[in-house]
Design a protein around this ligand. Structure first.
Ligand code: ZN
Length: 300
């Protein structure tokens, strides 16, 4: 057995790590890579986030660069096989590192990278990074945390090829301090970043349940027919439903608990929200979500 494995291991370490990313066409000119609905680990190696390519006819605009250099390179190669186009922009939806550690791959190609000015304040680049401590060294190789070179502090519209690309910054802290969504009016397509989760429990770590619910209410005004979240496979017009019902249900249960004088420990025990129990990452995230939201809502 050992004699068979050894040459294979040597072969694997010789080249760059290759992710088997499967491009999925979700709307005309919109191709996305959907990550596993799970925490980053040495099995998915950071392929647990969604990233997308907009074909503007003359170039691609990339929504989130993913969790590592190798992830970004694998997605780029897959897109070049579909249609060889240069990348005009990479847009980062928010500061969490699974969404932007692939920036370095694009920056090396001279691609402009855009994000909100929250990157100045809240992009914690720990050494090692969070992703680095969870995935294999092979998958993380060549990854250098590169922040966006173009920072915006208010809503903007980019015109690239045949697309108008609206960049909307959320007014209040929601999933993160300043979440950006990207809307294509021509295609009625919305890239909602981590304001939208599906197929797994959302993470309220560092977020604000009230601001998040308000943000989802505001997104409804865009009347998008295709909505792609930061995590999860769903892309139809009702893609926001799961996150919305999870957050609104949690808020009303916590408010009720506060009215009834239920303390935080009991609330965390009692607010189990059974209908969400079968979702991935429930055991990892749900109790922490209740606890974080209780601490916020007790000051209302
Ligand atoms: Zn996030």
């Amino acid at each position: 057995m050992r004699r068979i494995l050894l040459p294979l291991l040597i072969a694997a370490s010789a080249g760059a790590y290759e992710f088997d990313l499967k491009p999925k066409n979700v709307a005309p000119g919109i191709t996305c890579f959907f990550g596993e609905p799970e925490v980053m680990n040495t099995t998915n190696n950071g392929n647990m986030v969604n990233t997308c390519y907009i074909d503007t006819k003359e170039s691609y605009v990339v929504i989130d660069s993913g969790s590592s250099y190798a992830y970004a390179e694998s997605g780029y190669k897959a897109m070049q096989r579909i249609k060889p186009l240069p990348v005009a922009w990479v847009i980062n939806t928010h500061v969490h590192d699974d969404h932007w550690l692939g920036n370095g791959f694009f920056a090396q190609k001279g691609v402009k990278v855009l994000g909100s000015d929250d990157f100045v304040h809240n992009a914690t680049i720990d050494s090692p990074t969070r992703i680095q401590t969870h995935i294999s060294p092979e998958a993380y190789a060549l990854t250098v945390p590169i922040l966006p070179d173009t920072l915006i502090h208010s809503d903007q519209t980019l015109r690239v090829g045949d697309q108008e690309i609206e960049l909307h910054l959320m007014k209040k802290k929601a999933h993160s301090e300043k979440d950006m969504v990207i809307f294509l009016p021509k295609l009625k397509t919305l890239f909602a970043g981590d304001l939208v989760f599906n197929d797994r429990i959302p993470s309220l770590n560092g977020g604000n349940i009230n601001g998040w619910i308000d943000a989802l209410d505001a997104l409804r005004e865009l009347n998008a027919t295709t909505i792609i979240g930061g995590h999860g496979y769903r892309t139809d017009a009702n893609t926001t439903e799961m996150t919305y019902s999870y957050l609104t249900r949690m808020r009303s249960e916590i408010r009720k608990a506060l009215e009834d004088g239920v303390g935080i420990d009991d609330a965390v025990q009692k607010i189990t929200m059974e209908e969400f129990k079968s979702l991935r990452m429930y055991e990892t995230l749900h109790r922490a979500n209740v606890e974080a939201s209780y601490r916020l809502l007790e000051w209302e």
